[in-house]
Design a binder for this molecule. Structure first.
Ligand code: ADP
Ligand code: MG
Length: 231
């Protein structure tokens, strides 16, 4: 099977203006990610991780350079098209889950479909719940779940729109280490099915377990051996 590039950044830059100062949050970043790859993004605070995740997630636009999702260069798209690309390609997983606690697991999964005015297909919801090992907890209000199961629900919700790319910002930040590794195992399983997964993390053990690590420093990718991590 030929490896398909799902994401390609070329000389990607994002500058912010802060008063009279220009902040070079991303200062020329290049990478290629294939379908089914799982990548962690690590780096000190202020190195550009969130900026990069926001660009990949079509939440913000680059200052220059190009970023392609599949064959589409998203850097030249207007807001309306960017939203379409985001809905069709990207799933988001958050550290703080952002679930509705009084709604059941199943209802939390149905919400994005209701917002997108899409039909809810019970079989598809069930398949996703099986994928994340939550099929027995579908009718439980989220507030009664453990942290790990809340994050499984968050991941399941991100899968509802059938994304090609999953973006997770510190997805294990609120979980104990053992539970965090179980969540990572779930990401690994999803990537084996063809999903490209990006994880921004401070957790080096977790990062080392992913296929690739992108190290950011001062808005640039630096090359480092896996054994040579220091932050
Ligand atoms: N909206 C903004 N306006 C001005 N500067 C910003 C903005 N967002 C981020 N920055 C700056 O860009 C740099 C990278 O930030 P960020 O991407 O949040 O890094 P990280 O997620 O690695 O901590 C930092 O210097 C930060 O202060
Ligand atoms: Mg950040």
């Amino acid at each position: 099977m030929e490896d398909k590039v799902i994401l390609e950044a070329k000389n990607l830059k994002k500058y912010y203006r802060r008063g009279s100062e220009i902040v070079k949050a991303l200062n020329g970043v290049d990478f290629k990610i294939k379908e089914g790859e799982i990548v962690s993004i690590v780096g000190p605070s202020g190195s550009g991780k969130t900026t990069l995740m926001n660009l990949i997630g079509c939440l913000d636009r680059a200052t220059s350079g190009s970023l392609k999702i599949g064959s589409i260069n998203i850097t030249s798209l207007d807001e309306v098209d960017l939203v379409k690309i985001r809905r069709g390609n990207i799933g988001f997983v958050f550290q703080r889950f952002y679930l509705i606690p009084t709604l059941t697991v199943r209802e939390n999964l149905e919400l994005p479909l209701i917002f997108a005015k899409k039909k809810i297909i019970a079989k598809e919801i069930l398949d996703i719940l099986k994928e994340v090992r939550l099929e027995d907890k579908a009718e439980i209000p989220v507030k009664y779940l453990s942290g790990g199961d809340k994050q499984r629900t968050g991941i399941a919700r991100a899968l509802v729109n059938n994304p090609k790319i999953l973006i997770a910002d510190e997805p294990t930040g609120r979980l104990e280490a053992r539970v965090g590794m179980q969540i990572l195992e779930l990401f690994l399983r999803l990537s084996k099915k063809g999903l490209a997964v990006f994880i921004a993390t401070h957790d080096l053990e977790l990062a080392q377990a992913t296929q690739r690590i992108i190290h950011l420093q001062d808005g640039r990718i630096i090359t480092k051996e896996k054994s040579d991590l220091y932050y």
